[in-house]
Design a protein around this ligand. Structure first.
Ligand code: FAD
Length: 88
């Protein structure tokens, strides 16, 4: 298929940008290996909702829209959390 990737993809970050990229890549190619590394817990939550969640007294877990493992299963990707990329 024209859209099929021949190598795996490494995504840094599990924020809106990283998760959206993983989601859209998966739509294009059901089989490509996608690995996501994230300095945080690897789950997905909406940062704009932080202030509303705080005002409503919600916990961090209640703010989370997708926990790491559920997100990995849903998108068929590997997620390495608490893992930071570095450059010299
Ligand atoms: C309180 C609040 C309210 C907001 N409200 C709005 C709004 O109303 N409208 C709007 O458009 N935008 C809003 N924003 C901004 C919006 O949330 C951000 O623009 C958006 O979240 C950025 O997404 P991102 O994926 O680029 O970065 P982030 O969400 O910051 O994600 C970065 C990811 O990269 C990871 N990471 C960083 N460095 C490394 C590293 N070296 N190695 C591995 N992983 C790394 C982090 O752990 C994280 O997972 C708001 C932000 C906040 C905080």
């Amino acid at each position: 298929m024209a859209n099929e990737l021949t190598t795996g993809v490494l995504i840094v970050g599990s924020g809106m940008a990283g998760v959206t990229l993983a989601r859209e890549l998966r739509k294009l190619d059901a089989n490509v290996d996608i690995t996501l590394i994230s300095a945080d817990g690897g789950g997905f939550y909406s940062k704009p909702n932080i202030s509303n969640a705080l005002a409503a007294g919600k916990s961090a877990d209640q703010l989370m829209m997708s926990q790491r493992d559920a997100l990995a299963a849903q998108l068929k990707i590997q997620i390495h959390s608490e893992c930071r990329s570095e450059s010299d």
